[in-house]
Design a protein around this ligand. Structure first.
Ligand SMILES: Nc1ncnc2c1ncn2[C@@H]1O[C@H](COP(=O)(O)OP(=O)(O)OP(=O)(O)O)[C@@H](O)[C@H]1O
Length: 374
């Protein structure tokens, strides 16, 4: 059974602007549930409110209103200015130990060696000196830097420094890790290494990760769930697959890149359709796993006598699962086309009918979901 580890209810974070009457509403009425073992991507452009929202999780940012529950315990609650729950400083320190955090800038102590940086995070633990050293070494081994304990941060690459920061963040054995743009300053190779490491920690330690980023590629590689933020609110959320294959808002489509693909497909379709639109249906097909589109499309002719032309296609890796998208034109009588669509449904293919009418919603694309993945 799934277990909720982070529950944010109706969170507002408003900042006063000095003497001005208006406030900056950085987070507006946001609710979010993160379950144990999730890698929950929170994406959006700069200024959307992502950092402010995640800083609320460990009360680095005190909300204006809302309730924060961590591992079933309410650690903060305030509604309409009335405070119901706020932990003491000591309790808060304890709670924060259960939540590690990494940032875009690694914030390492440059005058201390790598192992000393990790040991620094254990200075308030009740461990003895030898135990602290052993634990720090164990953490460095975990992030594949077991041999570099005596190096200084400046002797390491950006990716290695971020791995030290991860080791430090895990020092007190948190069950939640918040990653705030942790790969934003890294090159693609180091980014991949860090994301692979986060995925490994998630899998091997059962670490729950909240991944704040403006890079959809990072989310695509490791997250299982995604929330899209804009102007202080979550405008869309869902499983990684849903967000990529069935995104609703223009911003989400823009972030995942499907908007451009759709527009390319649409313009090809408009050119190729001509006036012969009778007896045809334009479909966007989405399928996951190792099946490829070709056999499915070929089978439609053999089984139902409908002709199917592929107009546009691509395959993406979501986590490690290939997900294909095809834009196809299906030609045949009404009944055969309907049967073909039903067959696609039973074959686990999501089919979305596309209207080519000019001026229809969404820049000419009018989605009507006619089958759903079962
Ligand atoms: N301490 C603060 N005082 C006043 N305004 C703030 C404060 N912190 C954040 N803001 C404002 O709140 C809004 C959201 O900022 P936030 O940093 O949460 O966005 P973000 O999505 O994380 O973007 P970025 O990646 O650029 O940090 C912005 O308008 C920002 O200027």
């Amino acid at each position: 059974m799934s277990e909720t580890v982070i529950k944010l209810d109706n969170i507002d974070v408003f900042f006063d602007k000095g003497k001005e009457p208006d406030q900056i509403k950085a987070v507006k009425d946001v609710s979010l549930e993160v379950e144990k073992g999730d890698i929950y991507g929170v994406v959006g452009y700069s200024g959307a409110g992502k950092s402010t929202l995640v800083r609320v999780i460990n009360l680095l940012q005190i909300p204006t209103n809302g309730t924060i529950e961590i591992n079933g315990k309410i650690i903060f609650s305030k509604q309409d200015g009335k405070q119901a729950t706020m932990l003491s400083t000591k309790e808060l320190r304890e709670e924060r130990r259960g939540i590690g955090m990494i940032f875009q800038h690694f914030n390492l102590l440059e005058e201390r060696t790598v192992i000393e940086n990790v040991k620094f995070a254990l200075r308030h633990s009740h461990l003895k000196e030898k135990e602290i050293t052993d634990r720090a070494q164990e953490l460095l081994d975990l992030v594949d830097l077991g041999e570099r304990g005596d190096a200084y941060p400046t002797e390491l690459s950006g990716g290695q420094q971020q791995r030290v920061a991860i080791a430090r963040a895990l020092a007190n054995k948190p069950d939640i890790l918040i990653s705030d743009e942790a790969t934003s300053a890294l090159d693609p190779k180091n980014t991949t290494q860090i994301l692979d490491l986060l995925a490994k920690l998630n899998k091997e330690l059962g670490l729950t990760i909240v991944l704040i980023t403006h890079e959809m590629d990072a989310v695509k590689k490791v997250a299982n769930k995604v929330a899209v933020m804009s102007a202080g609110q979550i405008i869309e959320r869902g499983s990684l697959l849903d967000i990529f294959t069935n995104s609703q808002s223009a911003l989400t489509k823009e972030l995942v890149g499907t908007e451009q693909n759709s527009q390319d497909a649409l313009s090809i379709l408009r050119q190729s359709q001509g006036s012969d639109a009778a007896n045809t249906t334009v479909l966007k097909l989405t399928y996951e796993g190792n099946s490829t589109g070709d056999p499915i499309v070929t089978q439609l002719y053999a089984k139902f006598g409908v002709q199917t032309s592929i107009i546009y296609g691509n395959v993406e890796l979501l986590r490690d699962t290939p997900v294909g998208t095809l834009y196809v034109v299906v030609t045949g009588d009404d009944e055969s086309r309907q049967k073909a669509v039903e067959y696609l449904h039973t074959a686990g293919v999501q089919a979305t009918e596309i209207s080519l009418a000019e001026g229809s919603e969404n820049n000419g694309l009018d989605y009507k979901c006619i089958t759903k993945r079962s």
